[in-house]
Design a protein around this ligand. Structure first.
Ligand code: CO8
Length: 260
């Protein structure tokens, strides 16, 4: 599939996906969602890619939300299908089986913040503004915002953002745990790449198991979560990567993992 609204670059075991419609602050049109879904399905199966960075084109925005220009033409059915396309794409990113780092290089509003929250974790530029402004449009978040924000920052802080619709700055996002790091804009991508490359050096299966258990463990009791962890711990012992990791440690060298 040839892309019009996104760019995908691959180098050194990582992929960089850029939503590239800077004229409309990278707003998420139906076509953009289809392209993102296609790209991430491909990255999920791509054994050369260990980690992904997701960012926005231009200097101003990560993503300023769903593409509002499409809304007034939507029938209720269209709106439901658009909503489904959005949350399914974000769930695909959330459950990719490899880490996706959001590089928030400006506005992350509405669907843009929901997209960033569907990533594994987030680094932000100092100029970033993050918010769920849907109530200002007489709408609710439609791509998981009410669920992911409450889980990430707690119910009280999430509801303050959801009900006022007002954005917060990068420093406040860091303080409440919505982003993991704040960097000068010029250093954001380099820092994301550094972290992505660090993860790319780790055992790919172990990374995937960590992601799986962290996700599934949130939906079960603590004890069941511990059982799941024990399950993948046992599974790791059946991998070549585990033998290589321990052998490399004993031989005081870097491990060469194969993802087997
Ligand atoms: N959709 C479409 N176009 C947009 C969007 C958007 N979300 N955001 C900005 N643009 C366009 C502007 O219309 C403008 O276009 P033009 O130059 O043709 O007038 C261009 O991008 C530049 O924007 P501004 O001139 O407004 O730039 P400013 O720096 O003055 O302001 C803001 C930047 C504050 C980000 C401002 O653009 C803004 O408020 N944007 C809208 C933010 C917003 O409300 N986002 C949430 C949208 S709703 C959503 O994401 C979830 C809906 C739930 C989906 C449910 C599915 C059924």
């Amino acid at each position: 599939m040839a892309y019009e609204n996104i760019r995908v670059e691959k180098r050194d075991g990582i992929a960089i996906v850029t939503i590239d419609r800077p004229k409309v602050l990278n707003a998420l049109s139906t076509k953009t969602f289809h392209e993102l879904a296609d790209a991430f399905a491909g990255l999920s199966d791509d054994r050369e890619v260990a980690a992904v960075i997701l960012t926005g084109g231009g200097e101003k925005a990560f993503v300023a939300g769903a593409d509002i220009s499409e809304f007034l033409g939507f029938t209720p059915d269209d709106a439901r299908e658009y909503g489904r396309l959005g949350w399914r794409t974000m769930l695909l990113i959330d459950r990719l089986g490899k880490p996706v780092i959001a590089a928030i290089n400006g506005f992350a509003l509405g669907g843009g913040l929901e997209l960033a929250m569907s990533c594994t974790f987030r680094y932000a530029a100092e100029n970033a503004k993050l918010g769920q402004p849907e109530v200002k449009l007489g709408l609710t978040p439609g791509f998981g915002g009410t669920q992911r924000l409450t889980r990430l920052v707690g119910k009280g802080r999430a509801l303050e953002m959801l009900l006022t619709g007002d954005p917060i700055g990068a420093a406040e996002a860091l303080r409440i745990g919505l982003v993991n790091k704040v960097l000068p804009a010029a250093e954001l991508m380099a820092e994301c790449e550094k972290t992505a490359k660090t993860i790319a050096k780790r055992g790919p299966l172990a990374v995937r198991y960590c992601l799986e258990v962290a996700h599934s463990g949130l939906n079960v009791s603590f004890e069941e979560g511990l059982e799941m962890e024990a399950g993948v711990f046992g599974l790791a012992f059946a991998t070549e990567d585990f033998r290589e990791g321990v052998t490399a440690f004993n031989e005081k060298r870097e491990a060469r993992f194969k993802g087997k």
